[in-house]
Design a protein around this ligand. Structure first.
Ligand SMILES: *[C@@H]1O[C@H](CO)[C@@H](O)[C@H](O)[C@H]1NC(C)=O
Length: 364
């Protein structure tokens, strides 16, 4: 095939070593869909620490920066999609009780719960609705005279309990809560088992030590409403494609659900390619910059984006970070290199503080 192309184009190519890069320039898709080679790991094997999964996970994380987890017993993405849509379709007044306090000053919740997003299509790149779920249902009360300050206050703040819809339809409220509590557990388990697998493969038990407590993971039910006109800020600087979610690299560990939606693309060999949708029963797993830095960049944090879609697009994100006190300033290898985050922060709690500041600016 390579030879044929060269002959058709009548090019004199001095050495076969130059072929791949030349062909990619001339015919960027000549490799076919390389992402077909990205493995899907059965959930059961990942969570039972079946060691055969380790080389596949490692290969995928070095070569592509993501992989799939499938065959998840008791998980049905279409049930999640159904309840997610039912919630977003409720009248605003029924959702108001779960709104974050920046939207609804009558509420106490700052991070967990419903964030309606901005209505002005042109003013924001982040035109979406969000419902945020975390790992806590309750929080230990603090006594009146115990005034928390600094990091103690932040630690208290991030342990914010979940809020759940109270719509007057008890069956819906109960099912919504149960479905997404269970969905949260699937994703949390996948993220932690993935960290364990990578820690074994790279022989870096200290990586896993940073993920002993889940103090602030976040699952986001998302709706990207169809835009009724083009936001000209959303053209890709890279290749001019109109985007719905700008090109970015994540920070921590990501477990993503895209349902049957196309549109998610990953950068591989200098070209954005379609990442297969997660469908009825699987998840995409990726790592971000912070985690890759912790292992001296031995893995690959994939740059990705979502192209504009002519329909309301739904997805569910889940992010797992290290525990609050985890030292993220140095890598967990023998070299103990200064990480990029380490120029500014020592522990993950400090990082979270700025991160929350940034997402508040963006989303709320
Ligand atoms: C998943 O749930 C949908 C209903 O939302 C149902 O139609 C479908 O049969 C379920 N799939 C499986 C494999 O249980």
């Amino acid at each position: 095939m390579k030879l044929t192309l060269v002959l058709i184009l009548g090019l004199a190519v001095p050495a076969s070593a130059y072929l791949p890069s030349l062909l990619e320039k001339l015919w960027p898709s000549y490799e076919g869909n390389v992402f077909d080679e990205v493995p899907t790991i059965p959930y059961k094997d990942l969570v039972t620490d079946n060691l055969y999964v380790d080389p596949s996970v490692l290969m995928a994380m070095k070569q592509f920066g993501f992989f799939y987890v499938g065959e998840v017993p008791g998980y049905n993405a279409s049930v999640e999609l159904d309840y997610l849509q039912q919630f977003f379709n409720l009248p605003e007044e029924l959702k108001a009780g779960t709104e974050i306090r920046r939207h609804n000053p009558a509420n106490k919740n700052a991070y967990r719960g419903y964030c309606p997003g901005l209505d002005d299509v042109d003013a924001t790149l982040q035109y979406k609705n969000l419902f945020n779920i975390g790992p806590h249902e309750t929080r230990a009360p603090i006594s009146e005279d115990n005034i928390l300050t600094g990091m103690d206050k932040l630690r208290y703040d991030i342990h914010e309990p979940n809020v759940w819809p109270q719509t007057g339809d008890c069956a819906f409220d109960k099912e919504f809560k149960e479905i997404f509590q269970k969905g949260f557990e699937f994703r949390q388990t996948i993220a932690r088992k993935f960290v364990q697998s990578i820690s074994r493969s790279l022989d870096l038990p200290k990586l896993n030590d940073l993920f002993q407590e889940d103090e602030f993971s976040a699952m986001g039910l998302r709706r990207y409403p169809k835009r009724d006109r083009i936001n000209t800020n959303m053209y890709s600087d890279f290749d001019g494609t109109l985007l719905r979610e700008l090109e970015h690299i994540d920070s921590t560990v990501t477990v993503l659900t895209t349902f049957d939606n196309g549109g998610l693309q990953g950068l591989y060999k200098n070209q954005y390619r379609n990442m297969p949708a997660t469908g009825a029963n699987s998840f995409v797993v990726m790592i971000g910059k912070l985690v890759d830095d912790l292992v001296d960049n031995q893995l690959f944090s994939v740059k990705h984006r979502v192209i504009e879609t002519p329909f309301d697009r739904h997805s569910i994100t889940y992010f797992l970070g290290p525990q609050f006190d985890a030292d993220i300033s140095r890598s967990v290898t023998e070299e103990r290199r200064l990480t990029e985050a380490g120029r500014k922060y020592t522990i993950f709690g400090e990082w979270i503080k700025d991160y929350l500041g940034a997402i508040e600016l963006f989303y709320y």
